[in-house]
Design a protein around this ligand. Sequence first.
Ligand code: 2HA
Ligand code: ZN
Length: 269
Amino acid sequence: MDKMTKCPIVKEIGEITSNMHRLGWNERNGGNISVLVDESEIRPFVNTKKIIRDLPLAVPFPEFAGKYFIVTGTGKYFKNIKKKPAENLGLIRIADDGSCAHLIWGYTAGGSYTSEIIMHLGAHKQRLAIDPNHRVVMHAHPVNILSMTHVFPWDEKKLTKELWSTCTECIVIFPDGVSLLPWMVSSGPEIGLASAEKFKDFRILVWALHGCTVTGTNLDEAFGLLETVEKGAEIYMKIRSGGERHSIEDDMLKAIADDFNLTPREGWL
Ligand code: 2HA
Ligand code: ZN
């Protein structure tokens, strides 16, 4: 019996990835998640002393020496994680010099972590510097935010304001805005490090013609952020070809911010 299947964070990842798949955000092997976990969360369920094998890291992360992450596997399908967590997820501990990761549990059919591992570790590093409670990086391909990058300027300020203007909740949920990277080849250190730069200042990053990555202190918070971005994008995609256009204008956004005692990104309103 694999006790890790009873580990609360493993069960939660199974639930949330099933929901993401059902929402159409994670087709086939699309998307990836990593969660920074404390040893106390996993120690009752797995022998952390036993290293199964080592996994290479194209960029070293010595700041994470000894830290544990649960990461979705490369080529694995979100739709299968709940049923077969040990095959589709891995628990890793970053080596003492940060040059590789020790596999402690998972990837039972072989393979390794997501090809976007550098983006994930880079994002964790940047978000932790801002918020010590940060834990989650979540990447997906939701159809509306992706579609929007086909028809909307690749400009993060314009994109943020367009999303804020679609529904009242958007500015409340992401007053800090949405960042964007123009199209790049994905799955390598180049896009990973460029993305990490964005996470110095944002919780949300849109990759043009690819998808969206969000961060959070827990899985629900990251999921909720992505859900809200995607809702705004869905509204944009539904109404943009319409005739008369109504929008939540700057003065209205300011009123919402005042009412909720929020500080939207400086100088953008
Ligand atoms: O894991 O989503 O960006 C597949 C991807 C790559
Ligand atoms: Zn992707």
